[in-house]
Design a protein around this ligand. Structure first.
Ligand SMILES: NC(=O)c1ccc[n+]([C@@H]2O[C@H](COP(=O)([O-])OP(=O)(O)OC[C@H]3O[C@@H](n4cnc5c(N)ncnc54)[C@H](OP(=O)(O)O)[C@@H]3O)[C@@H](O)[C@H]2O)c1
Length: 306
């Protein structure tokens, strides 16, 4: 874990006005970092932030100045927006900019990495914190930090500093933060949970806790078996019994939650299916594997319109 007592002052750009971005922006600002936002339409933004303990506070953010080079950017966007977002930031990126991407699913890094200059470094952060934006009439954004979690940070390119200075600020903002030299095994572990819970809850339109019911057991078991076969081939072997136990634990701990894919489906928004089940199926093709459970689930989700 990162030492939480070190200096944390940095000039941060945070992309978007979404839940994870604003959670991180508010927490960074609270500890004294300078934070400005990159919005689709540049503007100031007030955030009404409800913390885990129920207390509230306000934050005010200014837009990133149009001509200022970007040194450090936190990019917590949906997987399908990651590439276009980096392309938009590109003209302003400093020669040695640090970019921290954060999203569920996999399959974006391959297209983003080739865009970066030799000294521009890409990190990935995965988090189990929960946050959402509450609809309301108040001006600004109503942000709720709904679940305590932890985060894992890892460099994507070989040769990056395994403990970058900005990790200290992220530890305070969205920690406890584990800094690792190889983040891929963590992303596959997260993918395992995401590719079982997200499409199943979104397809059947149920809260996470419903998946503990016996009529879902055989389908979840098949999906897990298939995932473990793929993960083994891809070089990220999973302990099936431990994975099943973790799945049950997450389902129980988040029983009353709606998965992000279900929320997106209900709101008529694009989902991250292509970067979750879609990624699993593309990887399976690469290894000549048939995953009938995931293929059927993907098809049913597509037939249902998401
Ligand atoms: N929320 C959670 O509790 C949670 C927990 C763990 C992981 N995650 C994952 O973390 C990622 C982010 O989640 P989230 O809930 O914060 O998503 P979100 O609420 O949709 O936030 C993403 C934000 O990024 C903005 N954006 C995308 N591209 C942009 C661009 N080029 N320029 C400016 N703004 C841009 C979006 O704007 P528009 O709305 O205009 O598109 C939106 O405001 C997702 O992959 C999610 O699955 C979320």
């Amino acid at each position: 874990m990162i030492d939480s007592h070190s200096s944390t002052h940095q000039d941060w750009l945070v992309v978007g006005q979404g839940a994870i971005g604003l959670l991180t922006a508010c927490q960074l600002q609270q500890q004294g970092s300078s934070v400005r936002l990159w919005l689709r339409q540049p503007a100031s933004l007030t955030v009404h932030f409800r913390a885990l303990d129920g207390s509230s506070r306000h934050h005010r953010f200014e837009p990133w100045p149009a001509s200022q080079p970007i040194q450090i950017a936190f990019i917590p966007v949906k997987a399908y927006d990651a590439l276009s977002c980096i392309q938009q930031l590109q003209p302003l990126l400093a020669e040695d900019a640090c970019l921290i991407l954060s999203h569920n699913g996999l399959g974006t890094l391959e297209t983003i990495q080739p865009l970066l200059k030799p000294k521009q470094h890409l990190w990935f952060l995965t988090t189990t914190h929960g946050a959402y934006i509450e609809p309301g009439n108040q001006a600004g954004r109503q942000l709720v930090h709904s679940g305590a979690g932890n985060s894992v940070l890892g460099a994507i390119q070989a040769g990056s500093d395994p403990r970058p200075s900005f990790a200290k600020a992220l530890n305070l903002a969205i920690g406890p933060l584990l800094s690792v030299t190889d983040i891929k095994p963590y992303l596959w572990q997260k993918l395992l949970l995401n590719c079982l819970i997200n499409p199943m809850t979104a397809l059947h339109q149920v809260h996470n806790g419903e998946l503990a019911k016996p009529h879902f057991t055989s389908e979840l078991t098949q999906l897990l078996d298939e995932f473990c076969l793929l993960a083994e081939r891809a070089g990220y072997p999973q302990d099936k019994a431990a994975a099943w136990q973790q799945l049950q634990q997450v389902i129980t701990q988040t029983a009353s939650n709606r998965s992000s894919m279900l929320q997106d489906r209900l709101a008529g928004r694009q989902t991250e299916l292509e970067f979750i089940t879609g990624f699993v199926l593309r990887e399976a093709q690469r290894f000549d594997l048939l995953l009938p459970g995931h293929a059927q689930l993907y098809q049913l989700c597509q037939d249902a319109g998401f």
